[in-house]
Write a protein that binds this ligand. Sequence first.
Ligand SMILES: NC(=O)c1ccc[n+]([C@@H]2O[C@H](COP(=O)([O-])OP(=O)(O)OC[C@H]3O[C@@H](n4cnc5c(N)ncnc54)[C@H](O)[C@@H]3O)[C@@H](O)[C@H]2O)c1
Length: 333
Amino acid sequence: MKLLITGGAGFMGSNFIHYILNKYPEYEIVNLDKLTYAGNLDNLEDIQVGNRYTFIKGDITNPQDVEKAVKGVDVIINYAAETHVDRSIMEARDFASTDVIGTLTLLQAVQKFKVPKYIQISTDEVFGSIEEGEFSETSPFMPNSPYSASKAGGDHMCRAFNKTYGTPVIITHSCNFYGPYQYPEKIIPLFVTNLIQDKKVPLYGEGRNIREWIYTEDHCRAIDIILHRGEIGKVYNIGTGKQISNLELTKIILDELNKDNSYIKKVKDRAGHDFRYALSFEPLKSLGWVPEIDFKDGIKKTISWYQSNEAWWKKLVEKKEHTDYIQKQYQER
Ligand SMILES: NC(=O)c1ccc[n+]([C@@H]2O[C@H](COP(=O)([O-])OP(=O)(O)OC[C@H]3O[C@@H](n4cnc5c(N)ncnc54)[C@H](O)[C@@H]3O)[C@@H](O)[C@H]2O)c1
């Protein structure tokens, strides 16, 4: 099988490329990535370029770039996106472009080149915030940030192409990912790398917002099952059924790194901050998938990866673009 992975130089895309090349010795992968600030070829430096893996630098909003990558592939898995909510609040244009027009461009290529399957990697954030209970696959979209609105736009385009043209689309909505290779602007790698450097961690508001977390390997297994056994036209939520507040999460990380609460710096809350996300995932369970990695174990593995890979993240956190961004983003209360 030949897979086109878009955004494969990012966090989850690169984890999935490792997973597939290790698990399926006969599979081939084409990775199409624009290499934005979040795309990093260091994530794939251990992978041999050759018959089984090809990298193409290109933009999913550009039909010519997509056409170069798509010929002969059996499936497209679209990981490419602008993904950071806080950056979408500062400037939303790239989000609308990549997450909506990029998705449209890929869907048009699926039609033109008769690609047999397209999998959209999306988020629970399209459903908005839920005080109690869980979002199901049929919950209405009520996005609250420019990021989630852009992802919702791309997901609607996928649904519309399937209904209108019969395009062979599967949509996935996942809870928050964590694990190796996550860019150190997202809460877990930001907090872990700050604490390793003996710096404080910037916690929004009182830390009461609640999130559901999935370890990279569990997400890769879910996409693997959907790739091989998922039904065209269906939507699959990918969750764990376990939620924790950002304050609880922070305390777990502090404990693991032997730091106390004095390392928490409370900062001005995110605008439009969703209070709680929670997912039910019955259709995925019926394909035989359940999460295997408990948060306490996953966070230990994640911390240990960042401790062992300082050279990987130091390069990123020392860039002027990154330090300027962090300084602008977190205003002390
Ligand atoms: N991180 C999470 O917690 C989470 C949760 C649910 C869903 N998702 C979704 O999963 C996917 C992957 O997320 P991630 O956290 O790994 O992202 P990431 O930000 O780490 O990586 C995104 C990748 O996409 C590439 N990219 C961006 N714009 C592009 C364009 N126009 N053309 C080609 N490549 C482009 C970047 O260079 C980068 O390599 C995204 O679609 C995201 O919306 C993420």
